[in-house]
Design a protein around this ligand. Structure first.
Ligand code: FPP
Length: 234
């Protein structure tokens, strides 16, 4: 069984999970954060090198104010706890997205996780926060244009050099993209990076998505025939 080097997941279904239990949506997000912790540990143990999750999109700001506040609070708590344990566990973390609009405390924690991460090799968890795939490409194009204007970059760009302007610079493209929660769409996630990823959709709601569900996705991934636009090898 081949373990994908990079797995990306769209966290979906927290709200419905809570509603089914008569709980507030924020309880679903708290359960979702716990599931993330479990799945990240499992990924590290089975040899996945990168796990990237979509935790908060540029569109999610339009949710009710108290829900946004609760999600930010959970992220704050999660990053705070991660800072205390990631050194011991040798876990690297990276936040992908426009962090300039996040609270000062989140931004400080992000700086700290980046610092710790730079000292280690090995498993890396990427959390997409205030992230949008199109915004990421536009942001990369803007920075590239500035570098061309100041003579730092040549106008003769290719895909590989453009990738260095993305939030995901240095991270290999996802091999497998998983969307739990029953929807079958990409929702502006990793548009550039998913060009050749295998997609796996599951009806299981994210808080219920355990290691056995991840195993099913990896088994399905192993049945896929990845050709990257080429022909099947015989
Ligand atoms: C999608 O479910 C979930 C979100 C938009 C928020 C996810 C955020 C967390 C779990 C917070 C902490 C994250 C980490 C990585 C520590 P939904 O609300 O769209 O569910 P629904 O479709 O059932 O309403």
């Amino acid at each position: 069984m081949v373990v994908p080097e990079h797995i990306a997941i769209i966290l979906d279904g927290n709200g419905r999970w809570a509603k089914m239990r008569g709980l507030p949506r924020t309880a679903g997000h708290a359960a979702g954060a716990e599931t993330f912790r479990k799945i990240a540990t499992y990924c590290k143990n089975i040899g996945v090198k990168y796990l990237t999750v979509y935790a908060f999109s540029t569109e999610n700001w339009s949710r009710p104010e108290d829900e946004v506040r609760a999600i930010m609070k959970l992220l704050d708590k999660y990053l705070h706890e991660a800072i205390a344990t990631m050194e011991k566990d040798h876990i690297r973390m990276k936040i992908l997205g426009d962090v300039s609009q996040l609270s000062e405390s989140l931004q400080n924690e992000i700086k700290e996780t980046n610092d710790i991460s730079s000292r280690y090799d090995g498993f890396q968890a990427n959390i997409c926060l205030n992230y949008g795939g199109r915004a990421e490409i536009v942001n990369a194009a803007r920075h590239y244009a500035l570098d061309v204007a100041s003579g730092k970059a040549s106008p003769d760009i290719d895909e590989k050099s453009f990738s260095r302007y993305m939030y995901s610079a240095g991270i290999p493209d996802p091999d497998l993209l998983i969307r739990p929660g029953g929807e079958k769409r990409i929702s502006n996630f990793l548009l550039w990076q998913c060009a050749y990823s295998e997609f796996y959709f599951s009806d299981v709601l994210w808080p219920d998505f355990g290691p056995e569900e991840l195993d099913k996705a990896i088994e399905e991934f192993n049945r896929r025939d990845r050709r990257f636009g080429g022909v099947k090898q015989v």
